[in-house]
Design a binder for this molecule. Structure first.
Ligand code: ATP
Length: 227
């Protein structure tokens, strides 16, 4: 994936202000930044849901706005807020989504990856917030995507629920999936990412390893994790 001098303007306001980066296949990259930094806007452009104002973007070899169906089926998405159906069971919803893809992962494998094997027959509306977020992850991975976009996958979850989401994300990356996630949390970027892109007011202010990030005082504006 490559992003070259990307901008997104709303009127005179630059939500994304000339950012460039590359993500090789297989990496986990975290886009870290406070509210309003431009994380979701960047993701929406990469996902093909929004137009860039200027700049070049290539995702799995294509311009996201011209990607088409086959391209889209190679990508999994977890949006910022969950909008799951509440009536079906976990297994029923996964089965329904599996039918949308040419080569879906076996449901059993997805349940293991998201650590919900024991909850397969539980209705989604009765799951905890963290379990529902892992269902979101399961739906994103059921089509066997090469690339996953996760928009704030653990915001609002308690520490244990966050750890279990992280474990699912790590297992997924272990199976070869490239992952781009956005987060407010230093600890999440540190735990999951090979590389961290720090956004502030639409600008890319750092592109570094988690180790370098820990040593840096320049990212102290980032909100601390929930207790
Ligand atoms: P958060 O962590 O709160 O989700 P973010 O880093 O994802 O923040 P964005 O949602 O990308 O930030 O927003 C970046 C900036 O662009 C914000 O100032 C936001 O108010 C502005 N913005 C986003 N969408 C629009 C829009 N449709 N019209 C005008 N301004 C917008």
């Amino acid at each position: 994936m490559s992003v070259d001098r990307l901008t997104k303007y709303y009127g005179d306001f630059a939500a994304v202000d000339g950012i460039s980066f590359e993500i090789p296949a297989g990496q986990v990259v975290a886009v870290l930044g406070p509210n309003g930094a431009g994380k979701t806007t960047t993701l929406e452009i990469l996902e093909g849901f929004a137009d860039a104002t200027t700049g070049q973007v290539s995702v799995l070899g294509k311009d996201p706005r011209r990607g088409g169906r086959a391209w889209r089926s190679r990508i999994g998405l977890v949006l910022q807020s969950t909008s799951l159906e509440t009536e079906p069971t976990v297994a029923e919803l996964l089965t329904l989504f599996a039918r949308l893809y040419p080569n879906p992962r076996p449901i059993r494998e997805v349940l293991e990856l998201i650590d919900l094997t024991a909850e397969a027959k539980v209705r989604i509306g009765t799951l905890s917030g963290g379990q529902q977020r892992r269902v979101d992850l399961g739906l994103a991975m059921i089509g066997n995507p090469e690339l996953l976009f996760l928009d704030e996958p653990t915001t609002g979850l308690d520490p244990e629920a966050r750890r279990r989401c992280w474990a699912s994300i790590e297992r997924l990356n272990g199976s070869g999936t490239t992952i781009l996630l956005t987060t407010h949390y230093l600890d999440e970027a540190d735990k999951l990412a090979d590389r961290v892109l720090v956004l502030s007011a639409g600008r890319l202010v750092a592109d570094m390893t988690p180790t370098a990030m820990r040593a840096s005082s320049g990212v102290s504006f980032v909100r601390l994790p929930l207790p």
